[in-house]
Design a protein around this ligand. Structure first.
Ligand SMILES: C[S@@+](CC[C@H](N)C(=O)[O-])C[C@H]1O[C@@H](n2cnc3c(N)ncnc32)[C@H](O)[C@@H]1O
Length: 357
C-alpha cells in the first residue's frame, strides 16, 4: 500500500490529531496512522487513543507528541519525574517497568528478524535498580541562565532539572575508581564506563558464562575501554590482548589489568593486518556497531567462541548477519534492561567461531 504524503493529508506542525496507536517503533516512539499517513507518536502506548500535537512533518510521515490520553493503556502510570515528556531522556517513563521490557523485547525481536533473519523470542531481563537511580554517570547541560538541565527530545533546548534532580541519576562519584565484584577499576573522565550501576557485573557474568574461558587460552578484547572484560578473562587464566582507540582508556586498562597487553588502535585497522587468531574474542563496540569488514576479520580470527556486547539491536543485527555469513553460529542471545525508562536495551550474544563448527 502506498504511503500518503503529509501534504496530501494536509498535516502541519502544531495540528492536533486524534490517533489510535498500534505498535512500538524503534527510537522510543509508537506507530499510528492517519488514513495512510504514518505518524510516529511520543509519550503514548499500543492500544491507546490519544490527542497528539504534530511536532515535525516529513514527506512520508510526521511526528507528534501525546498531549491528552483519551483511552489509556492498562500499563500507563503517572511518571515519577516532574519533567518526564519534556526532557528527551526517558521515552518510556509513563509506562510500568515490566511493560517497558515487553515493548523492548518486541522491538529487538522485530529488528533481528527484519535485518538478520534471526528468530529470537527471548525476554528483556530486569536488572536492579530496574526503574530509578540506576545511572552511574550523567552528562548535564546548562540552561541559558546557568541552571543544570537535560536536552528536550530531538532539540537543543535545555529542560531545567526538577527540584529533586534527575530521578535516574544514582549520584555516583563522577570519575576515579569504580568497584566491580570486589575489584577496583581506574576510570578516566574521558574514558567509557557502563552507565547502569549493575552493568559491569551483569555483563561480565554473561560474557564469562557464555564463553567459559579456559586457562591458557588467548583472548582478544576489542573496544576494551578501561579493561572491564579483559580483567574477567585474565582472572580466568587467559592471555588477554585489548584493543581500544582512546589513549586515556588504554592507560587506565594497563593499570587495571597489568597481566594483559593493550594496544591503542582503531579496531578495523588493527584487525585488517592481523594474522594470528585467538580462541576467544569479546567485542563491545559503540552504538554504530563494528561494521561488515570488522565482522569478517573477527570471523577469520576467532577460533573457539566470541561474545558480542551491544547497546543497539539494529547495528548488532547487521553485524550478526555478517558474522553468520562468514561462518559463525549464533548460540545464545540475552537482552538486559540496563537503560530503564529509556528505549535502549543491552544485548550479549555468544557465537561459535567457524574454526570449531
Ligand atoms: C561501548 S564502549 C565499551 C568499553 C568496555 N568494553 C566496557 O565495557 O567498559 C566502546 C569503546 O570502544 C572505543 N572505540 C570506539 N570506536 C573505536 C574504534 N574504531 N576502535 C577502537 N576503539 C573504539 C570507545 O572509546 C569505547 O571505549
Amino acid at each position: 500500500m502506498a504511503r500518503a504524503s503529509a501534504r496530501q493529508a494536509g498535516v502541519r506542525v502544531g495540528d492536533l490529531l486524534e490517533l489510535d496507536v498500534t505498535a512500538p517503533a524503534a527510537n522510543g516512539v509508537f506507530v499510528a496512522r492517519l488514513g495512510e499517513l504514518v505518524v510516529f507518536a511520543r509519550g503514548t502506548a499500543p492500544g491507546e487513543r490519544v490527542v497528539a500535537e504534530v511536532t515535525q512533518v516529513r514527506r512520508n510521515f510526521c511526528r507528534a507528541d501525546a498531549v491528552e490520553v483519551l483511552q489509556p493503556s492498562p500499563w500507563r502510570r503517572t511518571p515519577p519525574c516532574a519533567v518526564a515528556g519534556a526532557c528527551g531522556g526517558c521515552d518510556f517513563q509513563h509506562l510500568q517497568p515490566d511493560y517497558q521490557r515487553r515493548l523492548k523485547a518486541a522491538v529487538v525481536c522485530e529488528q533481528l528478524e527484519r535485518i538478520a533473519g534471526i528468530d529470537w523470542r527471548g525476554e528483556v531481563e530486569a536488572v536492579q535498580p530496574d526503574d530509578l537511580r540506576w545511572r552511574s554517570w550523567m552528562r548535564y547541560a546548562a540552561t541559558p541562565d546557568g541552571r543544570p538541565g537535560l536536552r528536550a527530545s530531538r532539540s537543543n533546548k535545555v529542560v531545567p532539572l526538577p527540584d529533586d534532580g534527575c530521578l535516574i541519576d544514582a549520584c555516583c562519584p563522577p570519575v576515579g575508581q569504580r568497584t566491580v565484584g570486589g575489584r577496583s577499576f581506574k576510570v578516566d573522565a574521558d574514558a567509557f564506563w557502563q552507565p547502569h550501576v549493575a552493568a559491569p557485573e551483569v555483563l561480565t557474568r554473561a560474557v564469562v558464562e557464555g564463553l567459559s574461558p579456559r586457562p591458557g587460552e588467548r583472548a582478544l578484547d576489542l573496544y576494551c575501554g578501561v579493561g572491564l572484560f579483559s580483567a574477567a578473562l585474565a582472572r580466568a587464566g587467559c592471555l588477554v590482548e585489548g584493543v581500544e582507540n582512546n589513549l586515556r582508556a588504554v592507560e587506565c586498562a594497563a593499570e587495571n589489568v597489568p597481566t594483559a597487553v593493550f594496544q591503542c588502535a582503531d579496531v578495523a585497522d588493527h584487525l585488517s593486518g592481523r594474522r594470528d587468531g585467538a580462541e576467544l574474542v569479546v567485542l563491545d563496540p559503540p552504538r554504530a556497531g563494528a561494521g561488515r569488514a570488522v565482522a569478517a576479520d573477527i570471523a577469520r580470527l576467532a577460533r573457539r567462541a566470541l561474545a558480542y556486547v551491544s547497546c543497539d539491536a539494529a547495528t548488532f543485527a547487521r553485524d550478526a548477519a555478517a558474522l553468520q555469513a562468514n561462518g559463525c553460529r549464533l548460540d545464545d542471545l540475552r537482552a538486559f534492561d540496563l537503560f530503564p525508562n529509556t528505549r535502549h536495551v543491552e544485548l550479549v550474544a555468544i557465537f561459535t567461531g567457524p574454526g570449531c563448527a
